[in-house]
Design a protein around this ligand. Sequence first.
Ligand code: IVH
Length: 672
Amino acid sequence: MIPPEVAREIERLVKELNFHCYRYYVLDSPIISDEEYDRLYRRLKELESKYNYILPDSPTQRVGAPPLDKFEKVIHVEPMLSLDNAFSYNDLLEFDRRIKRLLTTEGDIEYTVEPKYDGLAIELTYVDGLLKKASTRGDGYTGEDVTQNIKTIKSVPLRIEGPNLVPKYIDIRGEIYMHIKDFEELNKQREREGEQLFANPRNAASGSVRQLDPLVTQKRKLHLSCYGIGKVEGISFTSQWEFINWLKVARFPIPIIVKVEKGIDKVIKAIEEIYGKRNTFPFETDGVVVKVNDFRMQKSLGVKTREPRWAIAYKFPAHQAITKILDIKGSVGRTGVITPYAVLEPVRIGGVTVSRSTLHNWDEVERKDIRIGDYVVVERAGDVIPHVIMAVKERRTGSEILPKRPNRCPVCNSLVIAEEGEVALRCISLDCPAQVQERLIHFASRSAMNIEGLGEKNVNLLYSQGLIRHFEDIYKLTKNDLIKLPRFAEKSAQNLISAIEDSKNAKLAKLLYALGIPHVGEYAAHLLAQNFERLEDLYNIQKEKLLNIKQLGEKTSDAISSFFNNPKNLRTLEMLKKYGVRVTNPDFKGYHYEKKPFIGLTFVITGTFPIPRKELQEKIFSLGGHVSSSISNKTDFLLLGEQPGSKLEKAKSLNIKIIDYDEFLKMIQFKK
Ligand code: IVH
């Protein structure tokens, strides 16, 4: 039995620590020192383990949960909606007019204006004030249970504390996001460790939350901002403004600015103010969210498919800056393609420092007439990868230099060819160090053999030491080889060796993708695995046999056939086997065919959807279907989103079956 005074001390410590956590992580204004906090924490930990009395909202419960095998599914009681976009003030005026029409009023409407956080939407479920569950948005209806991960984020309250009235049940929605500086720091660290980089803070936040091991999430610096509500019981709110104020009292982090304005003109003024400040925010924002403040009005306006009629996201224009091109160089990819890029005078664009920009291909450089020494407009849309929009010709001095298409490879100095019908320039040497290294990086990458720790940096290092040239060399590496190298210590060497060992049991589809056969991406590799049980079944394969697979075209079949008829490649595959690579093939149709109802079906997607396109594609893909980028008479379905493009007309003219997102959801529900 625990003495009552100890129980009281534990209860007090939990309350106190949670309060200081709130001061530090939500208000950003601590009132005790870190040492003092640590002292209290240690005291609590000591009492908890001594008396085995642990409160559910104890700060010690944020950490230490074991890794999961997979995420459980969570069905959202109220669907998590997405937002319609406005790209101009005109769109906003139209939005306001529509609302007035629907509400049959002429008076000014009251709106809230909040910055739109660019992260990952999350739902937090509190029962009797205690955090019970945290789930991702998923497709809006079903998400993933990420409770253990979310608990590691210190600004997420474990208990609703503060207001007089604690609701019996409440689903609170918010965004998990990463500060730009933490994102840059994380990418730097990943670069050092040879890991794949995140494209933007949003991907970094999302990748950090959707981690099976809470320890990884805990190490990432994530934040929460709450803005929405799902199912509630035992409390009610009359407006967004009232709800936001309740969140504040209940110690939830809320958007950095929330304004309430009457009339769309004032809303636009508020947007301008936020736009002017957005570069001072520590996080990335691509717009603001405008919501009808009054909940009764929201209710009567309702929802169209997946977007509420009472809210809209106004998107800011993309981030741009002007800077100087110091040089134009070529980088050599895995297949030898030489892509031009601009070396820029470093410039900050929307909080991210940019010093390099892709120029896509040499035709484009010429078409845009971009020269070395030019001042150029550089734009960064959602991603970190910036694009050169145009040269500022008025600023030319005459000393700018026209870039030359290389006739030799910038890395190995071999001759460069321009293939017929292609804009790309290609280095034709198979031994070109750049190509060899890119091939190895691709082989080890996550979607291929998934050898963690064998990213760009380590491949470069191992290559420069002469340790790896061919795929099979990876499997000859020993811990001893690694420990001698500057970037490795006992533990990191062991980790890489274990990762290599694990990759030996890859799926056939992954190996086929890893080999880097021209035109064979993840989809074609998957198809091959569905149709050929063993790797050896592909040896010396004839093109005709491949063409029997409906979704494989002429070019791809050719490339696969010539790959598997080249004795050098077959030797490589035999060597991989010799060094222990033993692929399995769970994708083979013989076993799974009945679970893959989309096999043989080709989808084309147009318009925007409540879930990212990539996810749609993956769904179709996982059910055996194929996604094509253009309509032809091979297309079976056109999946129609909001604001469709010209594909709709084309599909109609070819009499192709058109389905919308709801119908699609139904299709996959029955076909899971
Ligand atoms: S309201 C029905 N408010 O934007 C209202 N969303 O494009 C739905 N987001 O899934 C959301 N900041 O992940 C709302 N202040 C904010 C937001 C916000 C970011 C995200 C959220 C949502 C997406 C919709």
